[in-house]
Design a protein around this ligand. Structure first.
Ligand SMILES: NC(=O)c1ccc[n+]([C@@H]2O[C@H](COP(=O)([O-])OP(=O)(O)OC[C@H]3O[C@@H](n4cnc5c(N)ncnc54)[C@H](O)[C@@H]3O)[C@@H](O)[C@H]2O)c1
Length: 399
């Protein structure tokens, strides 16, 4: 029986999906350190983690039975993806299952900042009845400047327009403008027109320090600023100055250059205590709906990989979308991508009298993945011959 180990308190849907696919599932609430993980992976075929479990090269090299690995989150930098690929461990994540949650919190913050709900709320808790329209605005008719027009940026664009906002966006690569959104030719152009600037760029290294004193200074006086992308993208000291000088009207920050490791740890930041500034503990994508969607999505990916060999949206193996085999058996061959390898696989099959019903190949960098459906039972010796090829990384036969 195939065994699955699910760490870090994953949504119960993950367990249900894997159990109903025949896995024996063990769940644990916390993360494991390297040596604990190595021990726990003995005889385990499928591992599910979140962001706090580090799957190092040593862990992967000590887990020969591991076939597939699920990161039940967006980020995969806690996993040595290269070693996982070299060992044929198909790795999956949840790239857009919390997109909507981030969009909704961004909209809530845009409205809260535009109405100065932060200050009114603090005053009321301090017993002050400050009934006033001063500095409070509608978002309708205001311009939202979205930096990074990917999964989150595009969805925010659509929903913000439905509130009557006018949307301008800047994305480094060409993107289709949705609805009436206007593409800006440069970040500077966007900063000049936006009443609210919101960052939704990805975490590539080049985005470190994307927003500093110069960019804040270019924003319109009184404009609002949001960052729900990555902490290292902005200079928080420069943002503090821009707020204290009154140049910016407010900000909402969910991600920080240095975030506390554990729930309940103290939080230090030069942004604490500023007026009309909302600070949240990296919860942009944290909703019960998103957790459920992530649990379901990643568990289904892992189940499908084991059942069919399908690698759609794998973050480290060549991607092939596969249905259940219609033939008698399916041979999934992950190999080093060298010239002639496909011919060698097919020669081996031909020499053993195997008739091919269907075949698909995908490559990704140094790896190739060829999946062959055959119409008759596998003759003796063919799997051994394929496994013995120099280029073979992992061979699986699925009935
Ligand atoms: N706060 C949270 O809890 C939370 C939750 C989910 C995602 N995120 C973060 O939100 C960000 C966006 O997520 P996504 O799923 O939309 O990512 P995505 O990859 O779909 O989109 C990112 C977009 O930014 C563009 N881009 C990259 N660098 C840019 C730059 N310097 N200027 C302009 N455009 C640039 C890319 O071309 C891409 O279109 C990521 O950093 C992700 O880690 C945060």
């Amino acid at each position: 029986m195939l065994r699955a180990l699910l760490l870090e308190n994953l949504h119960p849907h993950a367990r249900t999906i894997l159990e109903s696919s025949g896995f024996e599932v063990e769940t644990r609430t916390g993360a494991l350190d390297e040596s604990e993980l190595i021990d726990a992976l003995d005889g385990v075929h499928l591992l599910g983690i979140r962001s706090k479990t580090n799957v190092t090269a040593k862990v992967l090299e000590s887990a020969p039975s591991l076939m597939t690995l699920g990161a039940f989150c967006i980020g995969t930098n806690q996993i040595d993806l290269r070693t996982a690929a070299e060992r044929g461990v198909a790795t999956f994540n949840a790239p857009f299952q919390n997109t909507r949650s981030v969009v909704e919190i961004a909209l809530a913050e845009i409205i809260a900042l535009t109405r100065r709900l932060t200050d009114r709320n603090a005053e009321m808790h301090a017993g002050v009845w400050n009934k006033s329209a001063e500095g409070a605005h509608e978002v309708r008719g205001r311009t939202l400047g979205i930096v990074g027009y990917g999964n989150i940026g595009t969805q925010l664009s659509v929903v913000a327009e439905s509130l009557g906002m006018s949307v301008a966006f800047y994305n480094t690569s060409e993107k289709l403008a949705l609805g009436n959104a206007r593409r800006m030719g440069s970040l500077e152009e966007l900063l000049e027109v936006a009443d609210v600037v919101t960052l939704h760029v990805d975490g590539r290294k080049g985005n470190a320090g994307l927003f500093g004193a110069e960019q804040f200074a270019r924003m319109k006086p009184g404009a609002l600023f949001l960052n729900l992308s990555r902490g290292f993208v902005i200079d928080t000291g420069a943002l503090r100055e821009a707020i204290l000088s009154g140049h910016l009207g407010g900000a909402s920050i969910d991600v920080f250059p240095h975030e506390p490791k554990r729930k309940g740890d103290p939080f230090e930041s030069d942004l604490r205590g500023l007026p009309n500034v909302i600070l949240t503990p990296h919860i942009g994508g944290s909703t019960e709906e998103a957790q459920e969607a992530i649990g379901t999505f990643v568990a289904n990916k892992l189940r499908d990989y084991v059942a069919t060999g399908s690698t759609t949206l794998s973050v480290n193996l060549p991607n092939l979308a596969l249905e259940q085999t219609t033939g008698v058996a399916r041979i999934a061959h992950l190999h080093r991508n060298t010239p002639g390898v496909l011919a060698a696989v097919n020669n081996t099959l031909a020499q053993h009298g195997v008739n091919i019903e269907g075949q698909l190949l995908a490559t990704r960098g140094e790896l190739g993945y060829v999946v062959t459906d055959i119409g008759s039972p596998l003759p003796d010796g063919v799997t051994e011959a394929l496994a013995a090829m120099d280029q073979t990384v992992r061979l699986r036969v699925l009935a």
